[in-house]
Design a protein around this ligand. Structure first.
Ligand code: SF4
Length: 99
């Protein structure tokens, strides 16, 4: 099992009830990985209007802070590089605090 499947399958991050309202629920999440242009399109189309984008982004930032192997794929409407940039700019803490 890959790290991302463990995460999407319900990494234990406290209250996970928000996951039931995820716009990507039931989707093949493999589409969130791989080609950066496809990921960007998905982030706009699926994550953009997702009602749980903030808690999703907070959860993935917490997960990635404790994970080995860096950031991968689209989550919370941001690519791995965008999340890296947000954390480097100090925005990660603010995002987690909002969730
Ligand atoms: S923000 Fe994107 S990855 Fe996160 S739950 Fe919503 S659709 Fe899924």
């Amino acid at each position: 099992m890959t790290t991302r499947k463990k995460f999407r399958g319900g990494f234990p991050l406290g209250d996970n009830a928000w996951r039931t309202r995820a716009a990507c629920a039931g989707m093949d999440t493999d589409a969130f990985y791989g080609d950066p242009r496809r990921q960007a399109a998905l982030a706009r189309a699926v994550c953009g209007p997702c009602p749980v984008r903030v808690p999703c982004l907070a959860a993935v930032l917490v997960f990635e802070a404790h994970a080995i192997g860096g950031r991968h794929g689209t989550a919370g409407g941001l690519s791995a590089q965008q999340r890296e940039d947000a954390v480097a700019a100090g925005l990660g803490v603010a995002l987690v605090a909002q969730a």
